[in-house]
Design a protein around this ligand. Sequence first.
Ligand code: FE2
Ligand code: FE2
Length: 243
Amino acid sequence: MEQLPITTQKTVGETVASDYRTAAVFKQFGIDFCCGGKRSIGQVCEQKGIDPMLLQQALEQAQTAAGRSEMNFDDWKLGFLADYIENKHHVYVQERLPQLVEYADKVARVHGEKFPPNLEVAALVNTLRDELMGHLLKEERILFPYIRAMEKALLEGQPKPIPHFGTAAGPVNVMEAEHEVAGEIMHRIREITNDYALPEDACNTWRVLWSLLAEFEEDLHQHVHLENNILFPKALRMEEEVR
Ligand SMILES: [Fe+2]
Ligand SMILES: [Fe+2]
């Protein structure tokens, strides 16, 4: 993969797409790289009052550090990337969500009276499950199959498939809006739990719940990044190409 110089004109999403190690730097500076990835580095610095030189320096350091990301998602064929997202991230979300709901409900039941934020966490986790389960199905049944079919048509020189939804722009906009909702829920959970702070006498279920939620948030960031910053924009460009 070509190492691109970091400039303030590049968007946050493009920077992370070209080297995932920069994700940690954006996180450290409090910059959203998945849902808010369409803003340029310059814009984000201005909005957040961050010195662009400092950020640029940290990004360049991350890019020259050892342990280059072995996954060059940006070089992958789109169908392969869609398969990877389904096999890694969708399977993880589908397995993890019922467990999160079970633990969050239990912690709310046992510790909700003394710690009311636990009640809100349980409500949010239940909403997250409802939101994400439907979301994954829409990607797996509607958008991803269309992306695979379009890529296949392009490779084989066949006419472009005509989807019932017209163009990919419609479903992509819906998916991106749903990512925002899920991201806001995770953000709200972090806020009301004070970054997953635990009282000293917290029970094991509570401890496990907080660490699973933190892990889930991390996975969701990468998942949404792959879709918002790589798969979707490339699919939209490919659609233009085969038209
Ligand atoms: Fe997804
Ligand atoms: Fe998604």
